[in-house]
Structure formats: C-alpha cells, structure tokens
Design a protein around this ligand. Structure first.
Ligand code: CU
Length: 123
C-alpha cells in the first residue's frame, strides 16, 4: 500500500483546496469523498462539547449545534486543521469538513477552561 500514499496526499490537498467555503450555516454542500463520508454531530450543551473527543475519517463533516441558551464558539487552538465559528447563538449550527489526517484541539472562546475538545481524523 506504500505507493498509495502520494496519491492520497494529493487527493487530500485537492479536496482541501476545493472546500474552502466550509464554514457558516449554509449547509448545502455535501461532504466530499467517495460517498462514504459521514456527518458527526457534536452538541454544545451544559457548557460542554458532547462528545468532547471524537475520531472521524477523512472527508467526514462535523456539525456543532448550540443546544444551550448562551453563546458559544467552536474555535481551533492547534493541530492540523483550523477553524473558528464565531459566536453561535442558541440553536445555531457550524459545520466543517475534515480532510487532513491528524488531531486538532479546539475550545469555546467564551468558556475556554471548561469547554474543550479534540477532533482526530484517521485515514
Ligand atoms: Cu461556550
């Protein structure tokens, strides 16, 4: 399988470049990939991310939903991907497609001590 790695890397780069509009609430773009891409939901509830630590596959879409009555954000703090939802009011969603293998850390900018999480992307 060694000879597949350059191809997969190139594919990941192409997918990444082709999906720069993956923020916001439009929610109309289907995730890229081979048709097996999944949607993973993370709830913002009781000032936590639930589940806080998730492991997904390349091309999957993570959808955060603010199920609290207060404002939250999902904001990366380090790792292979970066994103920032900005302020999310109650009921709002933010989605992101993950096309790079590795782990990213994130938090809520308003509750950075108690509200943290990780997204780990596997091949
Ligand atoms: Cu918060």
């Amino acid at each position: 399988m060694q000879y597949f790695k350059p191809f997969i890397l190139l594919l990941a780069i192409v997918l990444f470049l082709g999906c720069s509009d993956d923020n916001g609430d439009t929610g109309t773009n289907p995730p890229p990939g081979n048709g097996t891409a999944a949607r993973i939901d993370v709830s913002m509830v009781n000032t936590t991310f639930s589940p806080a630590d998730i492991t997904i596959n390349v091309g999957d879409t993570v959808v955060w939903t603010n199920n609290d009555q207060i404002i939250h954000t999902t904001t990366s703090t380090g790792g292979v991907e970066s994103w920032d939802s900005g302020n999310m009011s109650s009921g709002e969603t933010f989605r992101k497609v993950f096309n790079n293998v590795g782990t990213s850390n994130y938090r809520c900018e308003i509750h950075p001590v108690v509200m943290t999480g990780t997204v780990t992307v596997e091949q």
